[in-house]
Design a protein around this ligand. Structure first.
Ligand code: NAP
Length: 328
Protein backbone atom coordinates (compact mmCIF):
# COMPACT_ATOMS: atom_id res chain seq x y z
CA UNK A 1 0.00 0.00 0.00
CA UNK A 2 1.24 3.49 -0.86
CA UNK A 3 1.36 6.51 1.33
CA UNK A 4 -1.78 8.26 0.13
CA UNK A 5 -3.98 9.80 2.80
CA UNK A 6 -7.44 11.14 1.97
CA UNK A 7 -8.78 13.92 4.21
CA UNK A 8 -12.36 15.17 3.93
CA UNK A 9 -13.13 18.63 5.34
CA UNK A 10 -9.47 19.32 4.60
CA UNK A 11 -9.64 23.12 4.79
CA UNK A 12 -11.08 23.11 8.32
CA UNK A 13 -9.47 24.12 11.59
CA UNK A 14 -8.32 20.52 12.17
CA UNK A 15 -7.80 19.56 8.52
CA UNK A 16 -5.06 22.10 7.77
CA UNK A 17 -2.77 21.27 10.72
CA UNK A 18 -3.42 17.55 10.18
CA UNK A 19 -2.27 17.87 6.56
CA UNK A 20 0.87 19.77 7.62
CA UNK A 21 1.68 17.05 10.10
CA UNK A 22 1.09 14.20 7.62
CA UNK A 23 3.08 15.88 4.85
CA UNK A 24 5.98 16.54 7.24
CA UNK A 25 6.12 12.76 7.80
CA UNK A 26 6.22 11.94 4.11
CA UNK A 27 2.59 11.10 3.40
CA UNK A 28 0.97 12.15 0.13
CA UNK A 29 -2.24 13.90 1.06
CA UNK A 30 -5.32 14.30 -1.11
CA UNK A 31 -7.90 16.64 0.41
CA UNK A 32 -11.50 17.59 -0.27
CA UNK A 33 -12.83 21.13 -0.09
CA UNK A 34 -15.91 22.95 -1.35
CA UNK A 35 -14.62 26.11 -3.00
CA UNK A 36 -11.53 27.00 -5.10
CA UNK A 37 -10.31 29.35 -2.34
CA UNK A 38 -10.51 26.59 0.28
CA UNK A 39 -8.91 24.12 -2.15
CA UNK A 40 -5.98 26.56 -2.51
CA UNK A 41 -5.65 26.65 1.28
CA UNK A 42 -5.44 22.86 1.39
CA UNK A 43 -2.78 22.82 -1.31
CA UNK A 44 -0.82 25.54 0.50
CA UNK A 45 -0.84 23.30 3.58
CA UNK A 46 1.06 20.75 1.50
CA UNK A 47 -1.62 18.48 0.01
CA UNK A 48 -0.57 17.20 -3.40
CA UNK A 49 -4.17 17.51 -4.64
CA UNK A 50 -7.53 18.69 -3.42
CA UNK A 51 -10.78 17.41 -4.86
CA UNK A 52 -13.35 20.15 -5.32
CA UNK A 53 -16.85 19.26 -4.11
CA UNK A 54 -18.83 18.14 -1.11
CA UNK A 55 -19.78 15.00 0.78
CA UNK A 56 -22.84 14.48 -1.42
CA UNK A 57 -20.60 13.67 -4.40
CA UNK A 58 -19.93 9.92 -4.13
CA UNK A 59 -17.73 9.90 -7.24
CA UNK A 60 -15.45 12.47 -5.63
CA UNK A 61 -15.31 10.50 -2.39
CA UNK A 62 -14.57 7.32 -4.35
CA UNK A 63 -11.62 9.01 -6.08
CA UNK A 64 -10.36 10.17 -2.72
CA UNK A 65 -10.66 6.75 -1.08
CA UNK A 66 -9.15 4.79 -3.97
CA UNK A 67 -5.75 3.37 -2.94
CA UNK A 68 -5.72 5.49 0.23
CA UNK A 69 -3.74 4.04 3.12
CA UNK A 70 -5.64 6.18 5.60
CA UNK A 71 -8.94 8.05 5.33
CA UNK A 72 -9.62 10.88 7.80
CA UNK A 73 -13.30 11.80 7.64
CA UNK A 74 -13.30 15.30 9.11
CA UNK A 75 -16.03 16.93 7.00
CA UNK A 76 -18.78 17.79 9.44
CA UNK A 77 -20.63 20.66 11.05
CA UNK A 78 -23.22 21.61 13.64
CA UNK A 79 -25.28 23.38 11.00
CA UNK A 80 -24.86 24.20 7.32
CA UNK A 81 -26.38 26.87 5.11
CA UNK A 82 -30.11 27.03 4.42
CA UNK A 83 -31.61 23.53 4.61
CA UNK A 84 -28.27 21.79 5.18
CA UNK A 85 -28.86 20.19 8.55
CA UNK A 86 -26.42 18.32 10.80
CA UNK A 87 -28.15 15.11 9.74
CA UNK A 88 -27.41 15.78 6.09
CA UNK A 89 -23.80 16.74 6.63
CA UNK A 90 -22.76 14.22 9.27
CA UNK A 91 -25.00 11.17 8.85
CA UNK A 92 -25.65 11.31 5.11
CA UNK A 93 -22.08 12.45 4.44
CA UNK A 94 -20.78 9.40 6.31
CA UNK A 95 -23.21 7.08 4.49
CA UNK A 96 -21.80 8.46 1.23
CA UNK A 97 -18.25 7.86 2.40
CA UNK A 98 -19.15 4.26 3.20
CA UNK A 99 -20.63 3.82 -0.28
CA UNK A 100 -17.46 5.34 -1.75
CA UNK A 101 -15.23 2.99 0.25
CA UNK A 102 -17.11 0.03 -1.21
CA UNK A 103 -16.83 1.39 -4.72
CA UNK A 104 -13.18 2.33 -4.46
CA UNK A 105 -12.14 -1.32 -4.65
CA UNK A 106 -9.34 -0.95 -2.09
CA UNK A 107 -9.45 -1.10 1.71
CA UNK A 108 -7.48 1.46 3.70
CA UNK A 109 -5.43 0.54 6.75
CA UNK A 110 -7.79 2.72 8.80
CA UNK A 111 -10.80 5.01 8.43
CA UNK A 112 -10.75 7.65 11.16
CA UNK A 113 -14.05 9.36 11.93
CA UNK A 114 -14.04 12.75 13.66
CA UNK A 115 -16.93 12.30 16.06
CA UNK A 116 -17.66 14.51 19.02
CA UNK A 117 -18.23 14.55 22.78
CA UNK A 118 -21.65 15.92 21.73
CA UNK A 119 -22.76 12.27 21.39
CA UNK A 120 -22.98 12.23 25.21
CA UNK A 121 -25.27 15.24 25.58
CA UNK A 122 -25.12 17.13 28.87
CA UNK A 123 -23.95 14.81 31.69
CA UNK A 124 -23.73 17.44 34.45
CA UNK A 125 -19.96 17.07 34.64
CA UNK A 126 -19.90 13.26 34.94
CA UNK A 127 -16.86 11.37 33.69
CA UNK A 128 -17.51 9.56 30.40
CA UNK A 129 -15.74 6.33 29.54
CA UNK A 130 -15.14 5.19 26.00
CA UNK A 131 -17.46 2.20 26.20
CA UNK A 132 -20.41 4.34 27.28
CA UNK A 133 -23.31 4.51 24.89
CA UNK A 134 -24.18 7.82 23.22
CA UNK A 135 -27.08 9.79 24.68
CA UNK A 136 -27.23 12.86 22.45
CA UNK A 137 -29.48 15.82 23.20
CA UNK A 138 -28.85 17.78 20.00
CA UNK A 139 -29.43 17.08 16.33
CA UNK A 140 -25.67 17.45 15.85
CA UNK A 141 -24.88 14.87 18.57
CA UNK A 142 -27.50 12.51 17.16
CA UNK A 143 -26.13 12.81 13.61
CA UNK A 144 -22.60 12.02 14.85
CA UNK A 145 -23.89 9.09 16.93
CA UNK A 146 -25.76 7.71 13.92
CA UNK A 147 -22.69 8.13 11.72
CA UNK A 148 -20.62 6.26 14.33
CA UNK A 149 -23.20 3.46 14.40
CA UNK A 150 -23.11 3.09 10.60
CA UNK A 151 -19.32 2.90 10.61
CA UNK A 152 -19.22 0.38 13.45
CA UNK A 153 -21.81 -1.70 11.61
CA UNK A 154 -19.56 -1.68 8.52
CA UNK A 155 -16.72 -2.83 10.76
CA UNK A 156 -18.85 -5.66 12.14
CA UNK A 157 -20.33 -6.69 8.78
CA UNK A 158 -17.46 -6.28 6.36
CA UNK A 159 -14.43 -5.83 8.55
CA UNK A 160 -13.93 -2.21 7.57
CA UNK A 161 -11.04 -0.90 9.72
CA UNK A 162 -12.99 1.91 11.36
CA UNK A 163 -11.75 3.97 14.32
CA UNK A 164 -13.88 6.55 16.08
CA UNK A 165 -12.41 9.65 17.73
CA UNK A 166 -14.86 11.36 20.11
CA UNK A 167 -13.23 14.77 20.17
CA UNK A 168 -13.58 17.29 22.99
CA UNK A 169 -13.28 21.02 22.40
CA UNK A 170 -10.21 21.86 20.37
CA UNK A 171 -8.46 25.22 20.76
CA UNK A 172 -5.36 26.69 19.18
CA UNK A 173 -4.24 29.56 16.95
CA UNK A 174 -7.20 31.00 15.06
CA UNK A 175 -9.83 28.65 16.56
CA UNK A 176 -13.26 30.28 16.63
CA UNK A 177 -14.09 28.80 20.05
CA UNK A 178 -11.61 31.26 21.62
CA UNK A 179 -13.86 34.26 20.80
CA UNK A 180 -10.62 36.17 20.65
CA UNK A 181 -11.83 39.27 18.80
CA UNK A 182 -15.01 39.59 20.85
CA UNK A 183 -13.03 39.28 24.10
CA UNK A 184 -10.50 41.85 22.93
CA UNK A 185 -13.38 44.26 22.23
CA UNK A 186 -15.04 43.41 25.56
CA UNK A 187 -18.12 42.06 23.77
CA UNK A 188 -18.05 38.31 24.35
CA UNK A 189 -21.37 36.92 25.55
CA UNK A 190 -22.25 33.25 25.91
CA UNK A 191 -25.24 31.19 27.06
CA UNK A 192 -25.17 29.32 30.37
CA UNK A 193 -23.58 30.55 33.56
CA UNK A 194 -19.97 29.66 32.78
CA UNK A 195 -19.82 26.78 35.23
CA UNK A 196 -20.08 23.93 32.73
CA UNK A 197 -17.04 21.71 32.27
CA UNK A 198 -15.44 21.62 28.82
CA UNK A 199 -13.21 18.66 27.81
CA UNK A 200 -10.51 20.67 26.03
CA UNK A 201 -7.44 19.81 23.97
CA UNK A 202 -4.85 21.93 22.17
CA UNK A 203 -4.83 21.49 18.38
CA UNK A 204 -1.27 20.08 18.29
CA UNK A 205 -2.32 17.35 20.70
CA UNK A 206 -5.60 16.80 18.85
CA UNK A 207 -3.79 16.27 15.55
CA UNK A 208 -1.23 13.94 17.14
CA UNK A 209 -4.06 12.02 18.82
CA UNK A 210 -6.07 11.64 15.61
CA UNK A 211 -2.97 10.30 13.93
CA UNK A 212 -2.16 7.96 16.81
CA UNK A 213 -5.67 6.51 16.67
CA UNK A 214 -5.54 6.11 12.88
CA UNK A 215 -2.02 4.69 12.79
CA UNK A 216 -1.98 2.54 15.94
CA UNK A 217 -5.55 2.23 17.18
CA UNK A 218 -7.79 -0.79 17.24
CA UNK A 219 -10.30 -1.49 14.50
CA UNK A 220 -13.84 -0.83 15.72
CA UNK A 221 -12.39 1.16 18.65
CA UNK A 222 -13.77 4.35 20.19
CA UNK A 223 -11.19 6.82 21.55
CA UNK A 224 -11.65 10.02 23.51
CA UNK A 225 -9.55 12.89 22.19
CA UNK A 226 -9.19 15.31 25.10
CA UNK A 227 -6.85 16.02 28.00
CA UNK A 228 -7.53 14.59 31.45
CA UNK A 229 -8.22 18.08 32.77
CA UNK A 230 -11.54 19.63 31.74
CA UNK A 231 -11.99 23.34 32.46
CA UNK A 232 -14.95 25.46 33.44
CA UNK A 233 -16.14 27.71 30.63
CA UNK A 234 -15.52 30.88 32.66
CA UNK A 235 -11.92 29.80 33.39
CA UNK A 236 -11.36 29.03 29.72
CA UNK A 237 -12.45 32.51 28.62
CA UNK A 238 -10.63 34.17 31.52
CA UNK A 239 -7.46 32.49 30.23
CA UNK A 240 -8.06 34.00 26.78
CA UNK A 241 -8.72 37.47 28.24
CA UNK A 242 -5.53 37.29 30.31
CA UNK A 243 -3.57 36.88 27.11
CA UNK A 244 -5.35 39.19 24.67
CA UNK A 245 -6.69 41.90 26.98
CA UNK A 246 -10.32 43.00 26.89
CA UNK A 247 -12.94 41.34 29.06
CA UNK A 248 -13.63 37.65 29.72
CA UNK A 249 -16.89 36.32 28.31
CA UNK A 250 -20.05 37.19 30.21
CA UNK A 251 -22.87 34.68 30.49
CA UNK A 252 -26.35 35.74 29.52
CA UNK A 253 -28.38 32.94 31.17
CA UNK A 254 -28.17 34.90 34.41
CA UNK A 255 -30.46 37.45 32.71
CA UNK A 256 -32.47 35.54 30.07
CA UNK A 257 -34.45 32.37 30.93
CA UNK A 258 -33.44 29.26 28.96
CA UNK A 259 -36.84 28.76 27.31
CA UNK A 260 -36.70 32.33 25.96
CA UNK A 261 -33.20 31.74 24.54
CA UNK A 262 -34.33 28.48 22.91
CA UNK A 263 -37.38 30.18 21.41
CA UNK A 264 -35.30 33.00 19.92
CA UNK A 265 -32.67 30.60 18.52
CA UNK A 266 -35.39 28.39 17.04
CA UNK A 267 -37.15 31.29 15.29
CA UNK A 268 -33.86 32.69 14.01
CA UNK A 269 -32.72 29.29 12.66
CA UNK A 270 -36.04 28.78 10.84
CA UNK A 271 -35.86 32.26 9.30
CA UNK A 272 -32.27 31.80 8.12
CA UNK A 273 -32.92 28.34 6.67
CA UNK A 274 -35.29 30.05 4.20
CA UNK A 275 -32.60 32.48 3.05
CA UNK A 276 -29.87 29.96 2.28
CA UNK A 277 -27.57 31.52 4.86
CA UNK A 278 -25.91 29.78 7.78
CA UNK A 279 -27.45 30.61 11.16
CA UNK A 280 -24.90 31.83 13.71
CA UNK A 281 -27.04 30.70 16.63
CA UNK A 282 -29.25 27.60 16.79
CA UNK A 283 -30.96 25.69 19.61
CA UNK A 284 -28.25 23.02 19.19
CA UNK A 285 -25.50 25.57 19.72
CA UNK A 286 -27.12 26.82 22.94
CA UNK A 287 -27.19 23.28 24.29
CA UNK A 288 -23.66 22.44 23.16
CA UNK A 289 -22.20 25.61 24.65
CA UNK A 290 -23.74 24.90 28.04
CA UNK A 291 -23.20 21.12 28.19
CA UNK A 292 -21.02 19.83 31.01
CA UNK A 293 -19.10 16.64 30.38
CA UNK A 294 -15.73 15.13 31.28
CA UNK A 295 -14.00 12.70 28.91
CA UNK A 296 -11.63 10.04 30.21
CA UNK A 297 -8.97 9.63 27.48
CA UNK A 298 -8.14 6.22 28.92
CA UNK A 299 -7.44 4.37 25.69
CA UNK A 300 -5.29 7.13 24.24
CA UNK A 301 -3.29 7.14 27.45
CA UNK A 302 -3.00 3.47 28.36
CA UNK A 303 -3.33 1.66 25.05
CA UNK A 304 -1.52 4.10 22.75
CA UNK A 305 0.88 5.57 25.34
CA UNK A 306 -0.03 9.05 24.18
CA UNK A 307 2.01 11.93 25.56
CA UNK A 308 0.21 15.27 25.70
CA UNK A 309 2.28 18.30 24.80
CA UNK A 310 -0.16 20.56 26.63
CA UNK A 311 -1.86 18.51 29.34
CA UNK A 312 -2.87 21.71 31.17
CA UNK A 313 -4.80 24.67 29.80
CA UNK A 314 -2.27 27.33 30.81
CA UNK A 315 0.56 25.88 28.74
CA UNK A 316 -1.79 25.32 25.78
CA UNK A 317 -3.05 28.90 25.96
CA UNK A 318 0.52 30.24 26.21
CA UNK A 319 1.39 28.32 23.04
CA UNK A 320 -1.78 29.52 21.31
CA UNK A 321 -0.96 33.17 21.93
CA UNK A 322 2.83 32.90 21.80
CA UNK A 323 3.04 35.27 18.84
CA UNK A 324 0.78 37.86 20.42
CA UNK A 325 -2.26 36.85 18.42
CA UNK A 326 -3.95 33.67 17.43
CA UNK A 327 -3.86 33.82 13.65
CA UNK A 328 -2.67 30.46 12.23
N1 NAP B 1 -13.02 21.61 16.48
C1 NAP B 1 -13.60 20.98 17.50
O1 NAP B 1 -13.55 21.44 18.65
C2 NAP B 1 -14.31 19.68 17.25
C3 NAP B 1 -14.84 19.01 18.35
C4 NAP B 1 -15.52 17.81 18.14
C5 NAP B 1 -15.67 17.32 16.86
N2 NAP B 1 -15.16 18.00 15.80
C6 NAP B 1 -15.36 17.46 14.47
O2 NAP B 1 -14.12 17.42 13.78
C7 NAP B 1 -14.31 17.70 12.41
C8 NAP B 1 -13.37 18.82 11.99
O3 NAP B 1 -13.59 19.92 12.84
P1 NAP B 1 -13.02 21.36 12.51
O4 NAP B 1 -12.83 22.06 13.80
O5 NAP B 1 -11.89 21.26 11.56
O6 NAP B 1 -14.29 21.99 11.81
P2 NAP B 1 -14.35 23.13 10.69
O7 NAP B 1 -13.20 24.05 10.78
O8 NAP B 1 -15.72 23.70 10.76
O9 NAP B 1 -14.20 22.29 9.37
C9 NAP B 1 -15.19 21.41 8.95
C10 NAP B 1 -14.91 20.97 7.55
O10 NAP B 1 -16.04 20.22 7.09
C11 NAP B 1 -16.43 20.77 5.84
N3 NAP B 1 -17.84 20.56 5.53
C12 NAP B 1 -18.92 21.02 6.18
N4 NAP B 1 -20.03 20.65 5.52
C13 NAP B 1 -19.60 19.94 4.44
C14 NAP B 1 -20.24 19.30 3.35
N5 NAP B 1 -21.57 19.29 3.24
N6 NAP B 1 -19.48 18.68 2.41
C15 NAP B 1 -18.14 18.69 2.51
N7 NAP B 1 -17.48 19.29 3.48
C16 NAP B 1 -18.21 19.90 4.44
C17 NAP B 1 -16.12 22.26 5.97
O11 NAP B 1 -16.15 22.84 4.68
P3 NAP B 1 -16.46 24.43 4.52
O12 NAP B 1 -15.26 25.13 5.06
O13 NAP B 1 -16.66 24.56 3.06
O14 NAP B 1 -17.71 24.70 5.33
C18 NAP B 1 -14.73 22.15 6.58
O15 NAP B 1 -13.79 21.78 5.61
C19 NAP B 1 -15.79 18.02 12.23
O16 NAP B 1 -16.45 16.88 11.75
C20 NAP B 1 -16.26 18.35 13.63
O17 NAP B 1 -17.63 18.02 13.80
C21 NAP B 1 -14.48 19.17 15.98
Amino acid sequence: MGDKVFVTGANGQLGVPLIRSLVADGYTVVGQARTPKRKARVEQAGASACLLGDVYDIDLLTDGCRDARFVFHLAGAIRGRGQETADRINRMGTANLLAALERAGSTPEAVLFASSCAVYGDRSGLWMEEDMQPSPMTRYGLSKAEAEAMLLEAHAQRDLPVRIARIGIVYGPGFTVLLEDAIRRGRAWLPGEGQNLMPVIHVDDAVAALRAVAERGENGGVYHVSTWTPVQANDFYRAVAQRVGGKPARFWSTYVPTFVQQGIADTYERALSRTGRRPLLTPDMLKLLTASVRLKPERLDKELGFEWRYPELDAGMDATFADGGSRP
